[in-house]
Ligand binder design. Structure first.
Ligand SMILES: Cc1cc2nc3c(=O)[nH]c(=O)nc-3n(C[C@H](O)[C@H](O)[C@H](O)COP(=O)(O)OP(=O)(O)OC[C@H]3O[C@@H](n4cnc5c(N)ncnc54)[C@H](O)[C@@H]3O)c2cc1C
Length: 316
């Protein structure tokens, strides 16, 4: 059976996405290499992975790509996995090219989809700041490495796999050449729609920037965040950080309200994790209705204030 190694930076949803992406490639033996995880974190990973190998953090007790690469390179060279997966985060992007160069492996970065055809790894990636989608292929006969965009893949299901937990013995490496000076909290007011449980997404049906107010008000009533389609960002009505889609954010809320959104595949490509999807659109033939759990055909300018009123009345 083929072995896939997932390099896990932190025990969170991204680790489960790596597991899910790996298992979607067929019957595999799945190992997680994690750095400085607590016992509980290792136990959590063992529910999703067949084997968990815990590596020590760098002396500064933070994740450092140079330290991780030094520890992982001989281990991976000995294990000879078929594929190495990482999340396309700052740290993942720091580490992946180091590993690819040292292990002489082809690397596919920022993948939105991953597949396997014979001995070839196939992927979909965005190019030119998301303006173009490219299908790419890597010869994986001698192994390959890929980084996956966080949120682009579903998380693995909670099947307890009872994975074996090991601690890697790593000889102390050379002193770190880089240091983390400080972490700076995101500016007040900046929003992370990837973490929202409820999203109210607005599309071109809103017609004018001033009209966004009704959607923002509905979102406030629902304790939700506002998201949007790309045309709304192109018009500078909302910041890019709120755009959902293949060239925007991948989100996985519990509830997704799509208001005046047609449902292009580029937009829906960013809606992951099968949320309960409610669509309001005046065109009964809009593609969004094909994926909606509840579809309301009507004018959003009538329906959105009405919905808000009902929600506020229910909340008392
Ligand atoms: C390479 C590439 C990448 C892209 N990436 C993204 C991406 O990341 N995210 C993204 O969203 N798009 C992306 N797009 C654009 C995408 O193709 C669509 O053009 C876009 O998603 C459409 O946005 P929309 O639904 O807001 O607008 P439209 O497609 O114009 O839909 C507006 C909808 O509002 C409805 N409507 C109008 N008035 C009302 C009303 N009064 N009441 C109710 N409904 C009404 C209409 O019936 C219509 O269905 C990308 C395109 C390309 C080429």
């Amino acid at each position: 059976m083929r072995t896939i190694m997932a390099i896990v930076e932190v025990v969170d949803e991204t680790a489960l996405e790596l597991a899910h992406a790996a298992r979607s490639l067929g019957e595999v033996h799945l190992t997680a290499a994690v750095f400085g995880a607590e016992d509980a974190g290792c136990a959590e990973l063992a529910r999703y992975f067949d084997r968990v190998v815990n590596f020590p953090l760098s002396p500064g007790a933070v994740f450092d790509a140079e330290h991780a690469a030094a520890a992982l390179t001989p281990w991976l060279a000995a294990e000879q996995p078929f594929l190495i997966l990482l999340s396309h985060t700052n740290n993942g992007l720091d580490l992946a090219p180091l590993l690819a160069a040292r292990l002489d492996l082809p690397m596919l970065a920022d993948c939105l989809e991953l597949g396997l055809r014979d001995e070839q790894l196939t992927a979909v990636r965005t190019l030119y700041a998301g303006k173009v989608h490219a299908r790419v292929v890597a010869d994986a006969k001698g192994g390959a490495l890929a980084t996956l965009r966080p949120g682009a893949f579903d998380g693995d299901e909670a099947i307890d796999r009872g994975g074996r937990i090991e601690t890697a013995a790593v000889p102390p490496g050379p002193p770190a050449r880089r240091r983390l000076l400080e972490t700076v909290a995101a500016e007040a007011g900046s929003v992370d729609i990837t973490q929202a449980e409820i999203l109210v997404a607005v599309g071109r049906g809103i017609e004018e920037q001033e009209n966004l107010e009704i959607v923002q008000s509905l979102a406030a009533a629902l304790d939700a965040e506002v998201a949007c389609t790309r045309p709304i960002v192109d018009k500078n009505w909302l910041p890019k950080s709120r755009q959902v889609g293949t060239s925007g954010q991948s989100v996985s809320p519990k509830v997704y309200l799509a208001i005046g959104v047609s449902g292009s595949f580029q937009h829906l490509g960013g809606v992951k994790g099968k949320p309960f999807l409610v669509a309001i659109n005046q065109d009964a033939a809009a593609p969004i209705f094909a994926v909606a759990d509840v579809g309301v055909v009507g004018d959003l300018f009538d329906l959105v204030p009405l919905l808000e009123e009902k929600i506020r009345a229910r909340k008392g």
